[in-house]
Design a protein around this ligand. Structure first.
Ligand code: NAD
Length: 286
C-alpha cells in the first residue's frame, strides 16, 4: 500500500519541500502539502496555470500530483492564538482552518491518516542581523516559526500517523559551527530543532512508534535562503570545500528524505558527499 505524506513548507518549486515532495512522489507516496497562508494564492495559481509543470516531472516521465494544498501558519497552534490584526489581514481572511490543530483535523477528516510528516519551514525576521543585534522579539519569532513549529506539528499530527511512520525536518550546520550571516537567532533555532529532534524521537518512538529525524542540508538557492543575503557565498564555500566539488542539488536532499521516510526502519546514518543525515535514534543511543 502506498504511503501518504504531508509536507509543511512548500510555496514554490525552488525549495527543499518541493524536492522532498517529488522524491516521495517518485517513491510512490501520495502528496499533501501545507503552504504558508500569505503565499497560498500565488502558489495555487501558479500550480493551476502549469507554471511548475516542468519541475513536476518525475523520473518515470509522469508529473507529480499534489492531492491537496492546505493553508497553514505554523506559528499558531489553534484559533485562540491568532491575534486580531492577523485574523482581519486580507491575506489571511480569505482562507480558513490554517492553524496547526485545524490543519491536522482537516487532514484527518479528508484522508484519515498519514505515514510521513515533513517540516520544511523556517522564518527569522531578523536573520540578516548578527545575534548581538537581534531583538528579543526577533529571536523568539525565529524559534517560534523554525523550532516550536516542529513540536507543534508533531504533537497534532501524531494522532493521525500510522505506527512505523516517519517525520523529518531540515536543519543547518550553523547550529553547531559559527556561520557569520546566519543571524537573528536562526542559529539558535536550528540548535533547538536538533536538540528537540533527539527528545521528540525518544518520546514519539517510545509512545507511538514514530521515527523523528532531521537532515542537515547544504546550501540551496531557495526563496528563504535568498532572503538571508549570503547564499552565493555559502554555495561557493561548499563547492570549494566539499568532497564532491559541485553545487548541491535539492534532489539530493529530497532523495535523502525519501530514504528516511520510506526506505529505512529504525536507526541508520549516512553521509553522502557534503550533506549529513543524522538519525536521531542513534543520537539517543550514543
Ligand atoms: P523555502 O523558501 O522553499 O521554504 C521555507 C518555507 O517556509 C516557505 O515555503 C515559507 O512560505 C514557509 N514558511 C515560513 N513561515 C511559515 C509559517 N509560519 N508557517 C508555515 N510556513 C511558513 O526555503 P528552504 O531553504 O527550502 O527551506 C526549507 C527548510 O530547509 C528550512 O527549515 C530551512 O531552514 C532548511 N534549510 C535550508 C537551507 C538552504 O540553504 N536553503 C540549508 C539548510 C536547511
Amino acid at each position: 500500500k502506498g504511503k501518504r505524506a504531508f509536507i509543511a513548507g512548500v510555496a514554490d518549486d525552488n525549495g527543499y519541500g518541493w524536492a522532498i515532495a517529488k522524491s516521495l512522489a517518485a517513491a510512490g507516496a501520495e502528496i499533501l502539502v501545507g503552504t504558508w497562508v500569505p503565499a497560498l494564492n500565488i502558489f495555487e495559481t501558479s500550480l493551476r496555470r502549469g507554471k511548475f509543470d516542468e519541475s513536476r516531472l518525475l523520473p518515470n516521465g509522469s508529473l507529480m500530483e499534489i492531492t491537496k494544498v492546505y493553508p497553514l501558519d505554523a506559528v499558531f497552534d489553534n484559533p485562540d492564538d491568532v491575534p486580531e490584526d492577523i485574523k482581519t489581514n486580507k491575506r489571511y481572511a480569505g482562507s480558513a482552518n490554517w492553524t496547526v490543530k485545524e490543519v491536522a483535523e482537516s487532514v484527518k477528516q479528508d484522508f484519515g491518516s498519514i505515514d510521513i510528516l515533513v517540516h520544511s519551514l523556517a522564518n527569522g525576521p531578523e536573520v540578516s542581523k548578527p545575534l548581538l543585534e537581534t531583538s528579543r522579539n526577533g529571536y523568539l519569532a525565529a524559534l517560534s516559526a523554525s523550532s516550536y513549529s516542529y513540536v507543534s506539528l508533531l504533537k497534532h499530527f501524531i494522532p493521525l500517523m500510522n505506527p512505523g511512520g516517519s517525520s523529518i525536518s531540515l536543519t543547518y550546520i550553523a547550529s553547531e559551527r559559527i556561520i557569520p550571516g546566519y543571524g537573528g537567532g536562526m542559529s539558535s533555532a536550528k540548535a533547538a530543532l536538533e536538540s528537540d529532534t533527539r527528545v521528540l524521537a525518544f518520546e514519539a518512538g517510545r509512545k507511538h512508534k514514530i521515527r523523528v529525524n532531521t537532515i542537515s542540508a547544504g546550501p540551496l538557492r531557495s526563496r528563504a535562503a535568498k532572503a538571508i543575503g549570503f547564499i552565493d557565498t555559502m554555495i561557493e564555500y561548499s563547492i570549494a570545500n566539499a568532497p564532491l566539488q559541485k553545487e548541491l542539488s535539492a534532489d539530493e536532499v529530497g532523495n535523502a528524505a525519501a530514504l528516511l521516510g520510506i526506505t529505512f526502519g529504525f536507526g541508520y546514518a549516512l553521509v553522502p558527499s557534503y550533506m549529513s543525515i543524522t538519525v536521531s535514534t542513534q543520537w539517543v543511543l550514543e
